[in-house]
Design a protein around this ligand. Structure first.
Ligand code: FES
Length: 680
């Protein structure tokens, strides 16, 4: 290796920042070698051959009184010809040195920039991004392999393994093994690379890829397979950077919009589940190939894939018939993580690529929820967190570092705008925000694709292109919340005919009433009921878990999933979709499941972590809990029949409610603190 210690001259003091590690090494030692000796994290793919550029460092300049060091460019040897050649070919920022080439001359402070650290923390790109410590399961290693020798016969793979052991002792953790396809291409690749090859080493011992010469970029893909949409992040497995992101509709939609209709398709059509597997794998392939193309890479460069999805998606992805998930006792085929070869699913990526599927938590709480837990880490918090992923089936996790419980609740598709008379998917033209004047009961609203509110100048012109087409999930939550706050809707969820006299917008509709938002968008009593049923199921689910934890309230609420991103937490709380909590502690976590998948892709420790957490999560089946029905009935009221929602009461003026007496002590305390509620 080029980073041999050159001479055993006088000791040089070297201090590395930001780690603060320091020590003495002989003059003439390369900075990379010194770093390894002192346990400092500097990356390398080429093993010190001035090819990969991953080992760049900056030299500290000036007096470092704290360390008693005067450091500067001349603390290292002059820029070597090899470095100049590298700089000419690939570019090297001013003052940067290749640590594998620069030798120590005198005491020095060396700064290791984040991009040169093996375990660098990826920079947060968005507020909902977790920091990810890089520790990927795949490492690229350039090796020089001994040529065969008549006098010392040995197989090429034996000499490759020897080279790995000798040249990458800190990466090899076990006996070197490989896939058959590696043996099939080993000899031509070794010769093409003139005995210099890059291997993709998986888990410290298994060779899954091999390329002639230097290969310094391979990719991994983290994919969240939702029932409706699928999204993929293609990441550089060396740097962790997201190189491309793609999304597509789940092609299984043609077999049924929601999960249960897909399960039914499998039941009604023998072999139907395999048709759905083929469809989703085909979709995944397009997603992966598209992402690779976007990143200017080939699908063969993809060496690792991580998948998350709800239990039905999880099973269908793996070609497992989800029929057992369609009815009690909702048995999963497997509740641990699954690792397999990408070729087993027929994906055309690198032949050695592996797929890691996060574990499902329970029959209705999937690997996507495990991804959310990994990203949101309630298990690391002392405080109590509720994580809720609202979809046609709400996935709910409650707990803290001591104890975590999970359940799902059958909320149905109402929150997504289905079963709502004017409901639609979130698309241009859909009402997504609404405010109702408490005096006049007049609405003002915003539609997707138009910046102005409906009472602002320019709205009529702007909305012409799309029209007002309906109301989406977040819009229906807001309108019901506003109808309740303005007195149109009673706490029992009845559109109050008595207020009809106050506004022509309250229209008689047979034996019930409706609220008209615009010419073609109304909220009917049936719409209110559909949302009440959905939110009561959701509330009963988390209340059940909170009761088991003996919690009256939680300290923070994380709304995962795309829906969570769009709903306003205030209105979700007004409707009782989430428990009482300080509003500022309610967070929309975006695509946390995808973030969790990316964490598992880039950090092998994250895989062990989530496997361990999932093993210890207590799984609660709401269907068999006797108190679920009782909780469900109480949760039909807005926000709730018996819960005081005191914290919410400090943020909005809640209409007076008659609370049931079982919560009397809480109500009394609420009253003492200035609550406005009447005692039953
Ligand atoms: S280790 Fe690859 S260039 Fe220095």
């Amino acid at each position: 290796m080029a980073d041999d210690i050159a001479d055993g001259g006088s000791d040089i003091k070297i201090v590395f920042t930001p780690s603060g590690r320091q020590g003495h090494v002989p003059a003439g030692t390369t900075v990379l070698q010194a770093a390894r000796t002192l346990g400092v994290d500097i990356d390398s793919v080429c093993g010190g051959r001035a090819l990969c550029g991953r080992c760049q460092v900056d030299v500290g300049t000036g007096e470092f009184a704290k360390h008693g060091i005067t450091s500067g460019a001349d603390s290292l040897c002059g820029v070597t010809a090899v470095e100049t050649r590298y700089a000419d070919k690939k570019g090297l920022a001013d003052g940067r040195r290749l640590s594998c080439q620069s030798k120590l001359v005198s005491d020095v402070v060396i700064d290791v920039p984040p991009e040169s650290q093996v375990h660098n923390q990826l920079v947060r790109k968005a507020a909902d991004d977790r920091q990810i410590d890089m520790d990927p399961i795949i490492r690229l290693c350039l090796v020089e392999v001994r040529e065969p020798d008549m006098h010392e016969p040995s197989g090429d793979f034996r000499r490759l393994a020897e080279a790995l052991n000798e040249q990458w002792p800190d990466r090899v953790t076990g006996e070197i093994t490989c896939d058959l396809h590696i043996l099939q291409q080993l000899q031509p690749v070794l010769r093409e690379g003139k005995w210099q090859v890059t291997v993709a080493l998986r888990d410290g011992h298994h060779v899954i890829g091999i390329w002639p010469g230097l290969k310094d970029r391979v990719a991994g893909v983290a994919i969240d397979v939702g029932s409706t949409t699928m999204s993929a992040h293609l990441c550089d497995m060396v740097t962790g950077d997201v190189l491309a992101s793609t999304g597509a509709m789940n092609p299984q939609i043609r077999f049924g919009e929601d999960l249960m209709s897909r399960v039914s398709y499998g039941i009604m059509n023998p072999g139907g589940h395999l048709e759905m597997t083929d469809a989703v794998i085909d979709g995944l392939q397009k997603l992966i190939s598209g992402a690779a193309e976007q990143a200017d890479m080939a699908a063969e460069d993809v060496v690792e894939i991580v998948l998350v999805g709800n239990p039905v998606m999880h099973h269908l992805l793996l070609g497992i018939d989800p029929v057992e998930l369609g009815g009690a006792p909702f048995a999963l085929a497997v509740d641990t993580s699954v690792e397999l070869r990408a070729t087993e699913l027929g994906l055309a990526v690198n032949k050695g690529a592996r797929i890691y599927v996060l574990p499902c938590i329970a029959g209705h709480v999937g690997a996507d929820a495990a991804g959310v837990v990994l990203a949101e880490a309630p298990q690391k918090e002392e405080v109590n967190t509720l994580v809720v992923d609202v979809g046609t089936n709400a996935e709910i996790v409650v707990g803290n570092s001591q104890r975590l419980l999970a359940a799902s609740s059958p909320t149905g598709p109402a929150f997504e705008g289905a079963q709502i008379s004017s409901g639609q998917r979130a698309a241009p033209g859909a009402i997504e925000r609404i405010r109702i004047d408490a005096e006049t009961l007049e609405p003002r609203f915003r539609v997707i694709g138009v910046d102005q509110w409906s009472d602002e100048d320019g709205f009529d012109d702007a909305v012409k292109s799309t029209g007002i087409t309906g109301i989406c999930g977040s819009g229906i939550i807001e309108v019901l919340g506003e109808m309740y706050l303005s007195g149109i809707l009673s706490t029992d969820g009845v559109i109050d005919g008595d207020v009809a006299a106050r506004s022509p917008r309250i229209e008689e509709d047979g034996r019930t009433f409706s609220y008209r938002i615009s010419d073609n968008v109304v909220v009917t009593q049936n719409d209110v009921r559909a949302i009440q049923l959905a939110k009561a199921a959701l509330h009963a689910g988390f209340r059940l878990l909170m009761d088991k934890m003996e919690l009256k309230s939680v300290d923070r609420v994380v709304l995962a999933g795309a829906f969570g991103t769009h709903i306003d937490p205030k209105y979700a709380m007004v409707l009782g979709m989430i428990p009482d909590c300080e509003l500022e502690n309610v967070r929309a976590a975006g695509n946390s499941a995808g973030t969790g998948a990316r964490m598992a892709l880039l950090n092998k420790g994250a895989r062990r972590e989530i496997e361990d957490v999932v093993r210890h999560i207590e799984k609660i089946e709401t269907a068999v809990e006797a108190s679920f029905q009782d909780q469900f009935v109480k949760a039909m009221a807005i926000p709730h029949k018996s819960e005081p929602y005191e914290k919410l009461g400090t943020a909005v003026t809640l209409p007076e409610r008659i609370l049931t007496p079982d919560e009397a002590p809480a109500i009394e305390s609420g009253r003492r603190r200035g609550g406005r509620r009447r005692q039953a």
